[in-house]
Design a protein around this ligand. Structure first.
Ligand SMILES: C[S@@+](CC[C@H](N)C(=O)[O-])C[C@H]1O[C@@H](n2cnc3c(N)ncnc32)[C@H](O)[C@@H]1O
Length: 285
């Protein structure tokens, strides 16, 4: 993906730095999805938790609050800039919570010790070899433990991605090629039957994929125009549409910004741009 570079290069380069700068924005966009993830995981006081692809640590910190001082929480990620942000948040946000360690590690291969609960918010779709990675995750799950994660359903069902994307596509000199099958990327697990088979092949005995639909707020503002501008910033800098214009000439980028802002303004109401996000909320044990 991303021009033939590895995922470690991708998440440690310009993309990782951009996500790191915008941690608060992304956490706000994902908030309703995060709530559903934790409701399903149903963490209990004293549990040990591993957060896969923890990024800047929002879900790791939330897990630490939920399992409390007798629990333990590990956040693992391959991105040094995102982990650097995550580490700065421990002291500020984690009093009365479980001890947290953030580890720079590729979850496909690393041995991070046993955990009773393994979680991920959109951090499991980027492994080079998903089967090997989930088998490794399965090995790290203690007997009776659960893996609970969020991943995206198909792009067309995710209006928060397809609306800005449709505004950008006509401006591009040529249509972007579809991603080759089974390569790292946000929509890799859109097919729940394939995902369930992959998890079973990795050693999970029970697998449940529940469709989760939530409206996410892509941008807010005191006017609809302001909300649309904020939403366009998210779409063109952080979301899955951003790679279409990442290397675009300034003139094309400016036209894309104008087109996406206009498209998103049609979804602005009451000072917020709300669009549907469609996920699989997966639990396996
Ligand atoms: C879409 S981001 C989600 C980050 C975070 N969970 C969140 O919701 O803000 C995907 C994350 O997975 C991480 N990642 C990708 N491949 C990984 C791997 N093999 N092992 C560990 N983390 C990985 C990336 O560095 C990135 O932080």
């Amino acid at each position: 993906m991303a021009g033939g570079i590895t995922q470690a290069e991708y998440w440690n380069g310009e993309v990782g730095a951009r996500w790191a700068r915008n941690q608060a924005v992304l956490d706000a966009v994902f908030a309703p999805l995060t709530e559903a993830l934790f409701a399903r995981a149903a963490l209990r006081a004293g549990e040990s938790v591993l957060d896969i692809g923890c990024g800047s640590g929002a879900t790791t910190l939330e897990a630490a609050r939920r399992v409390g001082p007798h629990g333990s929480v590990t956040g693992a990620d391959i991105s040094a800039p995102l982990l650097a942000v995550a580490r700065t948040r421990i002291d500020a946000e984690a009093s009365g919570a479980a001890p947290i360690r953030f580890v720079e590690a590729d979850v496909e291969h690393a041995d991070l010790g046993g955990s009773g609960q393994i979680l991920s918010r959109f951090g499991v779709m980027f492994f080079a070899d998903s089967g090997r990675a989930f088998a490794n995750v399965r090995r790290m799950l203690r007997p009776g433990g659960r893996l609970t994660f969020l991943c995206w359903r198909a792009l067309r069902e995710n209006l928060w991605v397809s609306v800005p994307r449709e505004a950008v596509l006509p401006l591009l000199p040529e249509a972007p090629p579809p991603p080759p099958p089974d390569t790292p990327g946000p929509f890799r697990f859109a097919d729940a039957d394939e995902l369930a088979a992959l998890l079973r092949g990795a050693g999970f005995g029970t697998v449940a994929c529940e469709a989760l639909d939530r409206d996410v707020v892509l941008g807010r503002g005191s006017t609809e125009a302001e909300a649309a501008e904020a939403a366009a910033h998210v779409a063109l800098n952080l979301g899955p549409t951003s790679h279409l214009v990442r290397e675009a000439a300034p003139e094309l980028r400016a036209r894309a910004e104008a087109g996406v802002t206009e498209a998103l303004r049609r979804h602005a109401e009451g000072g917020a741009v709300r669009l549907r996000a469609a996920c699989w909320l997966v639990q396996a044990g």
